[in-house]
Design a protein around this ligand. Structure first.
Ligand SMILES: [Zn+2]
Ligand SMILES: [Zn+2]
Length: 729
């Protein structure tokens, strides 16, 4: 609980706001009008449906532009959206809020924000309400969070509570919303070990914005003020548009063209907008979570509009399917555009989930279209505001078509699988999840194939999504404790990748492990095996990094004494071969993307002396022709003698200059990134050792390509001497 003082703002005092207590929920709120209630459901219901709340009707594009321009005119810098796949984070798959873009690096104070203050409209994806989408008039799996953020540190104060509320209030007024109809409800926010007071800005029964002031760290001894105080706001673009149009539900406002097209195809019975409006209004008052809630919602609507329950259901179900289809295909388009390949693991799992649910919705609607037709309608309508989606259109369509074919095959086999399953065990929740996860059979499909009545939990998809959202992070235990006084090893292989011999001082010896003050031995990392060689007379077997310290594992440690100066030599033939394989990995990655499409991302890599492999995301096994094309293109790049350029860039600058494709190898920690560019071919953040020109890679030979898991292809290859040797054998 935060004290009342946290919410007392000069702004409120100066503008005639009064602190009042809601008679229904007991929450405190600020308003210029005298009110009984706080304004938010369930204390108050939607009053905007069929009413004019804003000065005009906005489309998504118009509203987004209005918002961003408003903040630009008030000294904020407009920031381009981030991908919906959070590749810079190792704790979540998707971007779930605008602040996600700046976590963890900016909030940890390690990286400067891209601008300060800034404004952004960030597409976000969340699966925690997926079963409600289409049914409540308001839920979406994808939405845009418009935001203005300020990052305040000592010596650099931007703005905090007063100005935040003032900006929000001015925005609402400039949209023609009367001051008296705005309430600011006092609330609390906490997450990730931080917390702070917040306001919910409510208009006409809808929470339009959340204004969070991240300012405390929650420690065992209580709340401590954060070094950086963050203004974290979130304004729901779709809600703003809904409010401006006052239509019966959010979907009718954000998908006007698509609905017109699809309603024609689906030939569904017209519904009186008054019924849908009543539906959204009552749903707005309820927290619809289970089937029972949904039945209750429908019962209340049928009473209110005097239509028999069954007739109402018959009338609204097609609309629910249509709305879900449109929401899902929009989210899907963004995911595929931003580099997700549908599969049964990681991010790909969620893309497939949306595809299968969309296909079921289409089946129920009896739509005589392919899913890719609907996706291509989406692309047409999104292309106006998101140019990159237009550019990737053919790639996106192809991914969807392949998935649809796969689904049809699944359905064909489904009946057999279900009856076999049924003979062996009960079709309970675990069985349903297994049938979905392993065979891709959705529960309603299972119900269709099963002879018995199947209980499908209302939140089935929320449950399966949750199981797959479990953190990506894997903690590894270090092999030894590094003494505190040892901070970092100087890395000579970055200064000169061709260095073969060097002198260094032994600063610590623990068992077989040697720590030097500086080293040219490359420690294993980024899929590249470590160097071998000698420290004094002792053989180096393996080298690895713990934090910023390089540890050498030697065979005969008795030959080395602490504090002595030692002569070191790396096995340069091995190193050179590793550099050839490593540089070839970047070349092949770029070639695969050009041959197969923009959805290709590195999913893993390993470079040893004798052979290397690169795992890429791709939907199908590779044909001989595709493998040949990738190999030929790679060798062309070798022959073209392209330069390999290394630069150290601040994270922001690197992202701005090269985009998020730099995170091919996954999450890279730290403020400064080491960026490796093969001239006009490929750019990645990479800590490995590379050759300085592609010519030195020598011939590249792809030995094998195989599908190692759903959506991932492994390319095994050799380069340089290893390739020559292979050809002779
Ligand atoms: Zn209330
Ligand atoms: Zn590299």
């Amino acid at each position: 609980m935060f004290s009342a003082k946290e919410y007392e703002l000069e702004f409120f005092k100066a503008h005639g706001f009064e602190r009042q207590k809601c008679k229904k929920c007991g929450k405190f709120f600020w308003s210029t009008a005298q009110r009984e209630t706080c304004g938010e459901p369930p204390c108050d219901e939607y009053t905007f449906i069929g009413n004019k709340v804003m000065k005009k009707k906005f489309s998504l594009g118009e509203m987004r532009e209005f918002y961003l321009t408003f903040f630009e005119q008030r000294d904020h810098t407009r920031i381009h959206r981030y991908p919906v796949v959070a590749r810079w984070r190792d704790d979540t798959f998707f971007t779930i809020a605008s602040i996600s873009c700046f976590q963890p690096w900016v909030l940890a104070g390690e990286v400067e924000p891209p601008a300060n203050p800034l404004t952004i409209s960030q597409p976000c994806i969340r699966f925690n309400d997926i079963d409600n989408v289409g049914k409540t008039g308001r839920h979406l799996t994808m939405f845009e969070m418009m935001a203005h953020h300020a990052f305040n540190v000592e010596g650099k104060f931007i703005y905090f509570k007063d100005k935040t509320v003032q900006l929000c209030n001015d925005l609402l007024l400039s949209l023609g919303i009367p001051q008296d109809s705005i309430t600011y409800i006092e609330s609390e926010w906490s997450g990730g070990g931080n917390s702070g007071p917040c306001f919910e800005a409510v208009v006409a029964g809808v929470e339009l914005a959340t204004l969070v002031f991240m300012m405390y760290e929650d420690t065992p001894s209580g709340k401590k003020e954060m070094r950086m105080k963050v203004v974290d706001t979130g304004y729901g673009l779709e809600r703003f548009v809904w409010l401006s149009q006052g239509k019966e539900n959010v979907y009718e406002c954000i998908f006007p063209d698509l609905l017109k097209r699809l309603k024609n195809y689906a030939a569904i019975q017209k519904i009186d907008p008054k019924i849908s409006a009543e539906y959204s209004r009552i749903a707005g008052l309820m927290n619809v979570e289970t089937h029972r809630d949904l039945r209750e919602l429908r019962r209340r609507v049928s009473e209110k509009v005097s239509i028999a329950y069954e007739d109402l259901v018959k009338l609204i179900e097609p609309y629910e399917n249509l709305y879900a289809l449109l929401d899902h295909t929009r989210a899907l388009t963004f995911m595929l555009n931003d580099g997700v390949v549908p599969s049964n693991v990681r991010e790909g799992y969620f893309a497939r989930l949306l595809i299968r649910r969309s296909l079921r919705a289409m089946k129920k609607l009896n739509l005589d279209l392919k899913l890719s037709d609907v996706v291509s309608f989406q692309i047409d309508s999104l292309a106006r505001d998101f140019k990159d989606i237009k550019d990737n259109a053919s790639d996106i369509i192809q991914l969807v078509d392949i998935e649809e074919e796969r689904y049809e095959r699944t359905v064909k086999k489904g009946r057999e699988i279900v009856s076999k399953f049924e003979r062996e065990r009960k079709l309970d929740l675990d069985a349903l999840i297994e049938l979905y996860d392993t065979y891709g059979l959705t529960p309603d499909l299972v119900a269709e194939f099963s002879a018995r009545k199947i209980e499908i939990p209302d939140d089935f998809y929320i449950q399966v999504a949750k199981r797959h959202e479990a953190a990506k992070k894997v903690e590894k235990k270090p092999k030894l404790e590094i003494p505190q006084e040892i901070k970092e090893t100087k890395l000579l292989y970055y200064e000169n990748p061709e260095m073969k011999r060097f002198k260094a001082k032994v600063i610590k010896k623990v068992g077989n492990y040697i720590i030097l003050d500086k080293t040219c031995f490359y420690p294993e990392g980024g899929g590249q095996e470590s160097d071998k060689g000698k420290i004094s007379k002792a053989r180096v077997k393996k080298v690895f990094k713990i934090g910023n310290v390089v540890v050498h594992e030697v065979e005969n440690p008795e030959l080395i004494r602490e504090n002595e100066e030692v002569e070191c030599e790396i096995d340069y033939a091995r190193r050179f071969q590793l550099m050839q394989h490593h540089t070839a990995t970047h070349i092949i990655n770029g070639a695969a993307r050009r041959v197969l499409g923009n959805h290709v991302w590195q999913a893993g890599a390993h470079k040893s002396e004798s052979i290397a492999r690169l795992d890429i995301t791709h939907h199908s096994s590779l044909t001989k022709e595709e493998i040949k094309a990738i190999e030929d293109l790679s060798n062309k790049v070798v022959k073209e003698k392209r330069k390999v350029i290394i630069e150290f860039l601040e994270r922001n600058k690197a992202e701005q200059k090269y985009g998020f494709r730099i995170y091919q190898g996954g999450v890279v920690p730290g403020k400064i990134l080491r960026i490796v560019t093969i001239e006009d071919w490929d750019t990645e953040a990479c800590g490995g050792t590379h050759l300085s020109n592609t010519a030195d890679v020598g011939e590249i030979k792809i030995i094998r390509a195989k599908r190692i898991q759903d959506g991932v292809i492994r390319l095994e290859f050799k380069a340089g001497k290893a390739a020559e040797k292979y050809k002779k054998e």
